[in-house]
Design a protein around this ligand. Sequence first.
Ligand SMILES: CC(C)(COP(=O)(O)OP(=O)(O)OC[C@H]1O[C@@H](n2cnc3c(N)ncnc32)[C@H](O)[C@@H]1OP(=O)(O)O)[C@@H](O)C(=O)NCCC(=O)NCCS
Length: 189
Amino acid sequence: MPSSKTPEPPFQVIELGRPWCAAIELKDGTRLLMRPIQPRDADTLQISFQKLSPHDVRMRFMHPLKELTPEYAKQLTEIDPERAFALALVEAKPPEEALIAAVARTAVDDDGREAEFAIVIAPEIRGHGLGRYLMEQLIEWCRSRKLEAIYGFILTENRPMLTLADSLGFDIGPTDEDVGVALARLSLE
Ligand SMILES: CC(C)(COP(=O)(O)OP(=O)(O)OC[C@H]1O[C@@H](n2cnc3c(N)ncnc32)[C@H](O)[C@@H]1OP(=O)(O)O)[C@@H](O)C(=O)NCCC(=O)NCCS
């Protein structure tokens, strides 16, 4: 959960008494459940992925991807709690209808010092502050693990994510290998 220094998000958050679980209501009335992603989300994640545009997929995965294979969906939903953390925003609808509207994840490097993040928010719920809120949750998790930094690779054309990372205090610079990719890194020390 956000630290006391984090400003209030521009939507209603009701904590549900379990770690990283909250009911969220946006100003337009949209209701979502935030919770850690679970192995049973794999099928829903595959379906939810189909709603993303090719552009969104490229921004998130850094390359085109037509579908999430069952193996990839399994990999994205089976989280080793010692090494990784992934939050889903699930639509507050009957279980058979509820899609996953956002996922934010971070995975600790092999040397245990830093963690890489990735995030995607469904187009219908962008611009409500959820990207910032979920990034703050990831930062909080990394701090709780006493990691040195959180970082992510962002396509240089991805203005929304670069602006978000910059506003969260990330340092943004070039990567060694690829001119089209920036490295955003937030020191947590
Ligand atoms: C980038 C992304 C996560 C932002 O999510 P979001 O929920 O719309 O973001 P928020 O509403 O929390 O906005 C937070 C800040 O991000 C920046 N931002 C968001 N959308 C922006 C846009 N279209 N243009 C410029 N800045 C933008 C702003 O600084 C904004 O702060 P403000 O509202 O005070 O101006 C979302 O657009 C997304 O999922 N994109 C596709 C996948 C992707 O690019 N993932 C990142 C790969 S690591």
